[in-house]
Design a protein around this ligand. Structure first.
Ligand SMILES: [Ca+2]
Ligand SMILES: [Ca+2]
Length: 422
């Protein structure tokens, strides 16, 4: 699964790494673009992911740009200050970036054309605003060359889109819950009174069963981490040491807790509430709970807001009062996910979609009937033509035969005359 932190991580690596040994021998000519290696960085999951990664990877190969990266902090990168350095990168890299942009513009154009065609087929109107949004990460007014504005737009779009990633996941989850409730109510309507009552009782019962679970530790608190330390790591709780804990759970050893590493820390807590073999526990809800926990800890601990927890940030958090004496943690089922009003709107939206679909189906059926009628007409015309053609052939053959027999008759007479003359 892709994670927003990857992009921030790439930026962080850019901004924070000590100068990696980049051998620059000025006596040598830069390698031709074709010889540059293909990109290797991780998938961000954005719809322009490939373009983003290729641009980043090629820029990273430019010694000047790379040097500037070391002297630019994260906030300045996000503000677009780095983008102006594009004017100083080597000609080879610039040419490659121009090519990447042209490919990206072509890809987007093809994609939009396909979407328009598909919408047209479904009888849906084209959402021009949504289509334009697809081009926000580059300046499509100039489709040929990659300029400062393109890099600026790319950094800002990626930062913004990745920051909104969690928000979209919450919205998806909300829709999932509303659809679940909608289906349940729809099913209830199909039952007689007795069956409905039984179903309602069963629903209340499993809700109660789900809510009955051991106390959940506040995510990121000493209690919570100590439980991981003791039960998952098998260590003595009396020896708990934040730095050792950090190193143990920084699984890729890069010196940061990323979102995945943080989320993995909550598995023990989540298992107290969710069991995949239990009817009352919905694993989609478990993942939403995991996301909420991770967001909460990130908000508390990630002070420089780069979506990564450094060892310093972690140690600082373990010294706070909240780490030692945390508040309780409210699990998902303790608060409503949507209001009745939101559910009503969602159901209206579903009804509209269903209506549109029915209208479209009716249209298609009418079109099909019309096509069938036209086909029948064509078949009738074709048969008529074939009949007329057969008559023509018959007449022609008849005439030919008649002609041939007259011809033969004449020849016979000529022969007879010739014989008589002889
Ligand atoms: Ca890590
Ligand atoms: Ca951080």
């Amino acid at each position: 699964m892709w994670r927003p932190s990857h992009f921030f991580f790439i930026l962080c690596l850019w901004a924070c790494l000590d100068a990696l040994p980049v051998a620059v021998d000025k006596t040598k000519v830069s390698p031709p673009v074709a010889e540059l290696e293909p990109p290797k960085s991780v998938d961000t999951g954005l719809h322009y992911d490939r373009y983003l990664r290729e641009v980043i990877d090629f820029l990273e190969k430019d010694p000047h740009f790379r040097e500037k990266l070391h002297n630019t902090d994260m906030e300045d990168i996000k503000l677009g200050k780095l983008a102006t350095e594009l004017d100083f990168v080597s000609h080879h890299v610039r040419t490659k970036l121009d090519e990447l942009k042209r490919q990206e513009v072509n890809r987007l154009r093809t994609l939009i054309k396909v979407k328009q065609d598909m919408n047209g087929e479904k009888g849906m109107t084209v959402d021009h605003q949504a289509l334009l949004k697809q081009f926000e990460h580059l300046n499509h007014m100039n489709p040929h060359t990659f300029e400062v504005e393109d890099l600026d737009r790319l950094i800002k779009s990626a930062t913004n889109d990745l920051e909104n990633f969690d928000k979209e996941r919450h919205e998806d989850f909300k829709r999932y819950e509303m659809a679940k409730e909608h289906d349940r109510r729809k099913h209830l309507k199909t039952l007689d009174e007795d069956a409905r009552k039984k179903e309602e009782e069963h629903f209340e019962e499993i809700k109660k069963k789900h809510a009955d679970h051991p106390k959940i530790n506040h995510p990121g608190s000493q209690d919570q981490l100590k439980e991981v330390w003791e039960e998952a790591d098998g260590l003595d709780p009396n020896d708990f040491d934040p730095k050792t804990f950090f190193n143990l759970h920084d699984t890729n050893g890069d010196g940061y807790f990323d979102e995945q590493e943080l989320e993995a820390l909550f598995t023990k807590e989540l298992e107290k509430v969710y069991d995949p073999t239990h009817e009352e526990d919905d694993m989609m809800e478990m993942e939403e709970e995991r996301l909420r926990m991770r967001e909460h800890v990130m908000n508390e601990v990630d002070t420089n807001r780069d979506r990564l927890v450094s060892l310093d940030e972690f140690i600082m958090a373990t010294n706070r009062k909240e780490f030692l004496e945390p508040d309780g943690w409210e699990t998902l089922e303790q608060n409503p996910i949507y209001t009745e009003e939101e559910l009503r709107e969602f159901e209206e939206h579903l009804a509209r979609e269903e209506q549109d679909l029915n209208l479209r189906t009716n249209d298609l059926m009418k079109q099909r009937e019309e096509l069938e009628r036209q086909q029948e007409q064509l078949n009738a015309q074709k048969m008529e033509l074939q009949r007329a053609h057969s008559v023509c052939l018959f007449v022609r053959d008849f005439r030919t035969n008649e002609h041939n027999s007259t011809h033969k008759e004449t020849q016979k007479k000529h022969t007879e005359v010739k014989i008589l003359n002889v």
